[in-house]
Ligand binder design. Sequence first.
Ligand code: ADP
Ligand code: AMP
Length: 228
Amino acid sequence: MDGTQIKPTAVNLVLLGPPGAGKGTQARKLEEAFDLKQLSTGDLLRAAVAAGTEAGLAAKAVMERGDLVSDDIVIAILRDRLSDDDCAGGVIFDGFPRTTVQAGALDELMSETGQTITAAISLEVDDAAMIERISGRYTCSACGEGYHDSFKTPAKEGVCDNCGGSDFKRRADDNAETVAQRLKAYHADTAPLIAYYADQQVLQGVDAMQPIDAVENDLKAIVQTALA
Ligand code: ADP
Ligand code: AMP
């Protein structure tokens, strides 16, 4: 050993958890703290729907029902975005993978570039609380900062803490029926990934029923350990 610190791969994190667990909220914090890139397949799909691309047209009705978009479409969109230069320094996967097929595809994509998944962090929460979180969720239209009617309100009412914007939006799929379907899809198709990543020995669990700041501290400790 000559004492040289060799870092062969960037830090790549998977955030697992049902809708409303806090993946997006925490991904934004980790992105800033560790200079990583948040990749949310939900955001990528909503952008495709808004742009009216072929993938967006195919995904729209599926998303409105709260079902999962097909693996082919999601993997293609993710692969495309992952090849951008700003992803080379490390990525936080938010809402991806959601099926074992997607997890296998992600392993392949990582190995193609000599990368690995550093940690898959499961945000552990109760279903009942998720309905309350999702029904109170809104975001700043300008910068995407997330808020909640009760749990995270802007310091000055009607003004985004992050960018000063005053226009906010709610997601069309954040309604009671769709949320029930999304939770069902989570338990049927995504929860098995907890065992998938446990087998790969990269799984970490975090109590995401805690307040936002406490969850953030736990996540940062995990990333700091990974970076050490
Ligand atoms: P996800 O990306 O997993 O779907 P979000 O990060 O959008 O979830 O969080 C859903 C809602 O719950 C948002 O309104 C957010 O402000 C709020 N939230 C996130 N984490 C917590 C928490 N630990 N406690 C209370 N509310 C939270
Ligand atoms: P999210 O923004 O993560 O809550 O995702 C919103 C919706 O987009 C989901 O209910 C799905 O319909 C779709 N979606 C997002 N990510 C995926 C994925 N990895 N696989 C399949 N569908 C997805």
